[in-house]
Design a protein around this ligand. Structure first.
Ligand code: NAI
Length: 328
């Protein structure tokens, strides 16, 4: 059984007298900085000269260049995109870290694949919200929590877990639950969801659309049926409320029979072999190498894939269907 931490297991005193430097003021940065400040922590923001800096200033934060914020901070939250972290860390953060500081990541990727390595004299922890940034802030303001994963990668002070839990509490996560994890586990769950689950869902959806339109169904009706009606969201909510399988009772018997009797054929042995292959590429670091090379080349493959996706007829049909449904 996984170890789980709640508010009662996390003592905000671990942040007493410490300065929390939030590096980056984007999706997670703006939410975590404000939540931590509202929880009583002393928070500064480190940001380059861009729109995000203006936004942090507008929210009444002291904003410093990243290098200076990392020097001032005792607890440094790396909340800039994963792709830029290795370079920014090496050039602007590393030299500012002092013995006993804590480096906090919101994702396992860079540490798991050795792309960022904190010096031995600092604690390295992960506090990874399983929630988008805007909701991290909104839920906090509503007095609600959300799940997060916490991990200790390096425990130089012996206090790494206490600090991670205080951060998790400060951002409002332990009102729900913080699950004990590792950088590697977080990276695996994240990447496997993206590369198997979401890749499959997106592919199945486009195949569903293409085949029905080919079969003569009205594109607008198919787009509505597929996702624009919002039924998918209702089903997802019912899975949370009622249960992943128990919500089947909300569907007709024909639907229940169809779903349960055909699934194994749709995602059969072939799909399982591919899933195993994808998982192995993630675990071995082969995917991380491929992705680093893609970034270094200026992301030509990603650009091409996005361009192709944006030429799919669904893009145009969705605009028309949204107007029909009064969705804008
Ligand atoms: P973001 O894309 O919103 O980050 C924007 C911030 O990064 C801005 O402050 C910008 O000034 C700064 N930035 C961008 N490029 C930079 C560069 N080259 N040099 C210096 N600063 C730069 O990032 P987001 O989505 O908040 O992700 C931050 C971390 O949180 C990542 O590790 C991510 O994996 C993790 N995370 C993100 C979630 C999300 O909802 N987006 C959910 C859970 C974790």
């Amino acid at each position: 059984m996984v170890t789980v931490y709640h508010d009662a297991d996390a003592d905000m005193a671990a942040l007493d007298g410490k300065c929390v430097a939030v590096i980056g003021y984007g999706n997670q940065g703006h939410a975590q900085a404000q939540n931590l400040r509202d929880s009583g922590a002393t928070v500064i923001v480190g940001n380059r000269q861009d729109e995000y800096r203006k936004s942090a200033l507008a929210d009444d934060f002291e904003v410093l260049p990243i290098r200076d914020a990392a020097r001032r901070g005792d607890i440094v939250l790396m909340l800039i995109p994963d792709e830029v972290q290795p370079q920014v860390f090496a050039r602007q953060v590393l030299s500012g870290l002092a013995e006993g500081d804590t480096l906090v990541f919101a994702s396992g990727y860079n540490v798991a694949y050795g792309l960022v390595q904190g010096p031995e004299c600092v604690d390295v922890v992960m506090v990874a919200p399983r929630m988008i940034g805007s909701a991290v802030r909104n839920l906090y303001r509503q007095g609600k929590g959300y799940p997060c994963l916490v991990a200790v990668g390096q425990n130089a002070t012996g206090q790494a877990l206490a600090t991670a839990l205080a951060v998790a509490r400060g951002i409002g996560a332990t009102r729900a639950a913080a699950f004990a994890s590792s950088f590697e586990e977080e990276a695996l769950m994240d990447l496997f969801a993206e590369q198997f689950l979401w890749a499959g869902i997106v592919r199945l959806c486009t195949l569903y659309y293409d085949m029905l339109v080919e079969a003569g169904c009205a594109p607008e009706s198919v787009a509505s049926e597929l996702y624009l009606s919002g039924e998918m969201v209702e089903v997802a909510e019912a899975m949370i409320e009622t249960g992943f399988f128990k919500q089947l009772d909300l569907h007709s018997h024909t639907s229940q029979y169809g779903q349960l009797s055909r699934g194994e054929r749709v995602v059969g042995d072939g799909a399982q072999r591919v899933a195993a292959e994808i998982m192995e590429q993630i675990r071995s670091g082969q995917f991380a190498q491929e992705w680093t090379a893609e970034q270094q080349a200026g992301m030509p493959h990603l650009e091409g894939l996005k361009k192709t996706a944006l030429t799919h007829p669904l893009n145009e049909v969705e605009q028309r269907t949204k107007r029909i449904l009064g969705l804008g």
